[in-house]
Design a protein. Structure first.
Ligand code: DGT
Ligand code: CA
Length: 574
């Protein structure tokens, strides 16, 4: 999908217009269009082919034309014009997360700073803080942004790369003479960010496979074209390595290239202790191959059962496997519901019917409709009166629905003082209350932690949504003592969310595992603002699996009735 590519162009146009001091509405229109494109799970090219671009929220006829231009020409004439008007150095500053166009321009104009290194130096020397409208906070933010930018170069969110990998796999399955095919590397382990796409195949006609591979429509550049390994760069700027391996070596190669490196090293060492050589070609005793056709044989050679890829990080999985206590990981098919979806009642774009229909297509049986609360005006927070209307609409929907049931919920803002954004008598009416921090990220750790703990201690709250607030490549987690938050959740029998929105994945794998070990239940929510985004549920499952979660650790595996019972039990209504 080229959604991200189009979104990037729109984001850049918005920033450039802002630098030029253009009409804020025009700037906002491009920003919104970019956000909605990023969040779209349908393929923008397909929508363009069908003439359905204006169905994307925020896209009118004008922007639809611009999307077509980007898809056809790879760029946008407006963007190229704007770029010519603005110095290249300033354009580079716009890549820094957290540094807006206005401030970037001011720094550039006032201090004449031309490189990222000089910008970092200026922050450390407190030259930025002296500029009008800036302060030490701005400097801190820029320094953090520079750090994120360095990390981001080369790594992308799993949710962005996984669909590309799947598209490429489908293409090869259909068009190339492949026998076995799999994606390996960090994608197979479902790591939250990914550097490149590693693909393995077996084939009787490797040359033909490689020819087909380099002919893939998205290939921008062929980096190396060989008979057993070919590397290309596909749009938008991701490297793909394709290896053709001998069927005898399939399992060994798959295990090797799945990694992680740390995990592989442990397995290899265990092999050495047994007098075995284990590499990407097989398991060898001396010169004799004793295994490697299947992945299981590699593990079996060192006395282990097969270990699911998501666990292969050398974080205790080898010890657990040796002792026969590998978790029976939760599976996507175990899930019955999505706990966190926004509807038209707040800033979502889909109706209750559309949400239910998409849930049905995913094989789900319930959805928590959790719109923002009244005070969160920027996100269409729902006033109490409209909330009661929503309650009636959901009851009415459920009466008619033979399939998917909707749950009347809210994502209630935790205000700066730790109180909740609806009065208790209103909260009591809401069947599913997930609380979340949306403002005051800059508060000290003590205060932020106290807010999260206060929310979890509130008798009418069920769960804490996106607990750390981090955005991959864009925003660091806020200062939160997560150990105390997890303790509070455990103590009050509350759940913590695994927010499955592709750039959140919050809790992450490590924290979700910590929560699980403390006996806290996890609740996966996609935070979908368009029904299609519920497809991100699979990313939430990936996090849960990397967190060693079993079926009973994840509340989404409960049936509708069981989940309603859990919601009541939390409130002591049982
Ligand atoms: P990435 O690409 O940074 O998102 O993460 P990976 O894990 O996909 O890393 P990548 O693509 O560099 O290599 C793929 C796998 O190949 C890696 O997970 C383990 C294996 N591998 C790569 N280099 C080495 C190595 O030096 N020793 C061992 N034992 N395995 C390696
Ligand atoms: Ca890789």
């Amino acid at each position: 999908m080229r959604n991200q590519e189009v979104a990037e162009v729109f984001k850049k146009v918005a920033a450039l217009l802002e630098i030029k001091g253009e009409n804020p509405y025009r700037v906002r229109a491009y920003q919104r269009a970019a956000q909605n494109l990023e969040a779209l799970t349908r393929d923008v090219e397909e929508l363009a082919r069908r003439g359905q671009l204006t169905r994307i929220p925020g896209i009118g006829a004008d922007l639809a034309g611009k999307i077509k231009e980007i898809l056809e020409t790879g760029t946008l004439s407006l963007y190229e014009e704007l770029k010519r008007e603005i110095p290249a150095e300033l354009l580079k500053f716009l890549e820094i997360p957290g540094l807006g166009p206005k401030k970037a321009k001011l720094i550039y104009d006032a201090l004449g700073i031309k490189t990222l290194e000089d910008l970092e130096k200026a922050c450390l020397e407190h030259k930025i803080a002296r500029l009008p409208g800036m302060g030490y906070k701005t400097e801190e933010k820029i320094l953090k942004g520079l750090k994120l930018l360095r990390e981001k170069i080369g790594r992308r969110p799993l949710g962005e790369v996984l669909p590309l990998a799947e598209e490429l796999l489908d293409y090869l399955r259909k068009k190339a003479p492949v026998d076995r095919i799999a994606v390996a590397g960090s994608i197979r382990r479902r790591r939250e960010t990914v550097k490149d796409i590693d693909i393995l195949v077996t084939s009787r006609n490797p040359l033909r496979v490689m020819e087909t591979f380099v002919a893939f429509g998205r290939v921008e550049e062929v980096l190396a074209h060989g008979e057993t390994k070919t590397s290309v760069r596909i749009s938008p700027g991701i490297q793909v390595d394709l290896r053709v391996v001998d069927p005898e070596c399939w399992g060994a190669a798959l295990a090797y290239f799945t990694g992680s490196k740390a995990h592989n090293i442990r397995i290899r060492e265990m092999g050495v202790e047994r007098g075995l050589k284990i590499n990407e070609y097989g398991v060898f005793r001396g010169d004799r191959r004793i295994g490697g056709r299947e992945e299981e044989e590699v593990f079996a050679a060192v006395g282990l059962p097969w270990i699911p890829p998501e666990l292969r990080e050398d974080r205790g999985e080898i010890e657990a496997a040796l002792e026969g206590r590998l978790p029976d990981l939760v599976k996507y098919e175990d899930l019955h519901g999505d706990a966190h979806v926004h509807s038209k009642y707040s800033d979502g774009h889909s109706s209750l019917e559309e949400i239910a229909a998409f849930a049905e297509s995913l094989g789900l049986s319930w959805v928590g409709i959790c719109d923002h609360s009244q005070g969160l005006k920027v996100a269409g927070g729902v006033p109490v009166e409209a909330l009661m209307e929503k309650k009636r609409a959901i009851e009415e929907f459920n009466r008619r629905s033979k399939g998917v049931k909707l749950i009347f919920g809210a994502e209630v803002d935790i205000r700066a003082d730790g109180t909740l954004d609806y009065p208790d008598e209103v909260l009591a009416e809401i069947d599913l209350v997930i609380a979340a921090i949306h403002t005051g990220f800059q508060q000290p750790e003590e205060q932020l932690t106290a807010r999260a703990v206060a929310a979890l201690s509130h008798p009418l709250v069920h769960a804490l949504a996106h607990p750390t607030g981090r955005l991959l490549g864009e925003r660091e987690p806020y200062a939160l003592d997560l150990t105390r938050v997890i303790e509070a959740a455990a103590g009050h029998g509350k759940a913590l969310e695994i927010n499955a929105f592709y750039n959140r994945l919050d809790l992450n794998d490590i924290h979700a595992r910590q929560a699980r070990e403390a006996g806290v239940k996890l609740l996966i929510g996609t935070d979908a603002h368009i029904a299609d985004q519920m497809a991100q549920l699979a990313l939430g499952v990936a996090v849960a699996r990397r967190a060693w979660c079993e079926k009973e650790d994840v509340l989404n595996t409960l049936s509708y009735e069981e989940f309603l019972d859990w919601l009541k039990k939390v409130r002591g209504q049982f």
